[in-house]
Write a protein that binds this ligand. Structure first.
Ligand SMILES: Cc1cc2nc3c(=O)[nH]c(=O)nc-3n(C[C@H](O)[C@H](O)[C@H](O)COP(=O)(O)O)c2cc1C
Length: 233
């Protein structure tokens, strides 16, 4: 719901509280970093960002750059992603981690992210390797990245997997179907050309913008179809 608020916040009016909600807005306000004015509770948006070892680590970096200062981000980078990072970019792991609000080790299963009681607006794994896709599809929570996705799915929150592999065999497609049946969104980094990209950055920003759309986060990362087109009617 758009109440003209800063993108950092999700707003609830007192009228919006569902009758079956066990927490009052006051209680929710105590759980979150929240501001309460004029019967509107503004709750800080919090997203989990996982970066796994598929090609395209730059998509995860760009997402963190765009969210920086706007949304509270909790970052998990897999060990393999750290290697991909050094192979595909000139950045250090520390530089990428500094883009996030909080960093969690993929090995730390006692992290708050491993529990559904840690309230978030959802999770994005970008890029998502087939291995991590498989772990999420099978609730194989041995690593924090897969466990965090699993708890967000069980809490019925938005989980977006930017799966990168090509071509795909039937096993990969079945895993994507499984995640979709569980409520997740599979968003492969497939470029569009209707916005006339002129650079690799334009292509990356298109995928990052599609991710933000799924979380109702406003952006101007790409020109939408027929946006700013002359009205010919
Ligand atoms: C340079 C490089 C590129 C890779 N690209 C992909 C890819 O696009 N998709 C994929 O599923 N795996 C890819 N892999 C393999 C994964 O890194 C590997 O399966 C790894 O075990 C994934 O672990 P993680 O999901 O824990 O990060 C790549 C590996 C390297 C070194």
């Amino acid at each position: 719901m758009d109440r003209g608020l800063d993108a950092r916040y999700k707003a609830f009016c007192f009228d919006d509280v569902p009758s079956n909600c066990s927490n009052s807005l006051e209680e929710l306000g105590n759980l979150f970093e929240a501001e309460k004015t004029n019967n509107v509770l503004k709750i800080m948006k919090r997203l989990v960002v996982g970066i796994s070892g598929a090609s395209g680590v730059i998509y995860g970096i760009r997402l963190l750059e765009v969210l920086r200062g706007k949304i509270e981000t909790h970052l998990v980078i897999t060990e393999q992603a750290k290697q991909t990072l050094s192979l595909e970019t000139d950045l250090t792991v520390g530089a990428v981690e500094s883009l996030a609000s909080f960093v969690h080790s993929d090995k730390d299963l006692s992290s708050p992210l491993a529990s559904g009681s840690f309230i978030t607006q959802g999770m994005i794994i970008v890029p998502c390797s087939i291995k991590t896709l498989s772990a999420v599809a099978n609730s194989y929570g041995q690593a924090l990245i897969a466990r965090a996705a699993d708890v967000n799915l069980k809490e019925r929150r938005r989980v977006v997997l930017v799966v990168r592999e090509t071509p795909l065999h039937l096993g990969h497609i079945r895993l994507m179907a499984q995640v979709t049946e569980m409520g997740g969104v599979v968003l492969p980094p497939v470029p569009a050309f209707y916005h006339k990209p002129k650079s690799v950055t334009d292509i990356i920003d298109h995928t990052v913008g599609k991710i933000l759309d799924l979380f109702d986060i406003q952006h101007k990362l790409f020109r939408r179809w027929q946006e700013d087109e002359p009205d010919l009617s």
